[in-house]
Design a protein around this ligand. Sequence first.
Ligand code: ARG
Length: 458
Amino acid sequence: MTLWGGRFSSKFNEQAWDFNTSLPFDQRLALQDVRGSVAWAGALLKAKVLSPDENAVITSGLNAIADEFSSGAFLFAQSDEDIHTAVERRLGELAGPVAGKLHTGRSRNDQVATDFRLWMLETLPLLDQAIKGLQKVLVTVAERNQSVLMPGYTHLQRAQPITLAHWFMSHFWPLQRDRDRLTDLRDRVAVLPLGCGALAGTAFEIDRVALAEALGFDLPAPNSLDAVSDRDFAAEYLFCAAMMGLHLSRLSEAVVLFTTAEFGFFELDDAYSTGSSLMPQKKNPDLFELARGKAGTLIGMLTGLMAALKGLPSTYDKDLQEDKVPVFQATDNLLAVLPILGQALETMTVRSERMRAAIDSTMLATDLADDLVRKGVSFRDAHAAVGKAVHLAAEKGVSLEQLSLAEWKSAGPFEADLAQAFDPMVSIARRSAVGGTSPTAVFQQIQKAKSIIQGDQS
Ligand code: ARG
């Protein structure tokens, strides 16, 4: 019943069969397998292994199989070890004995690597679109919140005032780098393994350059041994996925924190919040916690695959069958989480008064020092003078604003005009160099982001 039964005298053990099969997960490559086979038949025709009639019968059988997969009518058989054998078995049923010619000069080793790459070439744009969807939301919420002020943090301690728009946009750019990485990756995915046979190459006159072109690849793999064992593209894909997961996790962690009663900066819409089975008052940010959790799983998938690859003897080893599950799972996770986070962010309420109230006058300490610098004091001396004033205020248990002018003067060369620094908007407006938090700089940043999103709209 198997493709390779010829040299065996007894049947493969049933439990071993279940352990060995990849059909439960590689059936996802069905349409790619058929596409690869149609192109391979075309290459065999050119190589005069198939006659035009034989190619026509095989091709129409393969097209019928693709229709069966698309409509859900395809029936798997007990003997189908993986998607490649399932397609070949069905082709035999539809096209008759000529189907047995299709596998000439080809191995499942070059076939599976080809199918997987074809699948990835089709999936990269889907992922790109999904990331872009979240980017669009970030731009929308940034535009809405250009005049909302909030504390910016380092070490999770209040540091300097910023605008909420600037904060939202800080999550746009990492996603842009993720998209750039996927674009770069495409070139390394678009290298064709088909025509490399099991390991040593194909013994028939296959035009691999034409074959690559027919399947939408840039070029044929230059070394057959490398071609059937190379899974760099899968590891790189998982790195991109893990990095994306990490970015989404950092955004999610901030949302989890900012929706607490302690911060109270954001409130999630009921449609994107969950409750507790025990505590009636709870409103939980489960979706963001899940997104944070998935980052850990994604990182695990990358390390898992790399560990599986690291000691493999040349060339194909069955360990390589383990490459598909994490890649599919990572893809499903990301395609699910990206739109959900976008919807939840777009519908959440911003508590601008809470954010504004969280900006205290000590966060303007840098600006007070900068003001002294503008009057000719060195930054180090200015830093020390403001530090003294902060210490004085802390000792007295008052805010910086409440210190008297005499007290300020005891700390350094301050004058009455120091009070202007206590307006956080002044602090923000000063940071107008490219990339800063001033409204004009943020506006330019948003315009740039929009042109990136619009410029590459497909
Ligand atoms: N199911 C296999 C995989 O995913 C296909 C290649 C099998 N090749 C082999 N020599 N057993 O890797």
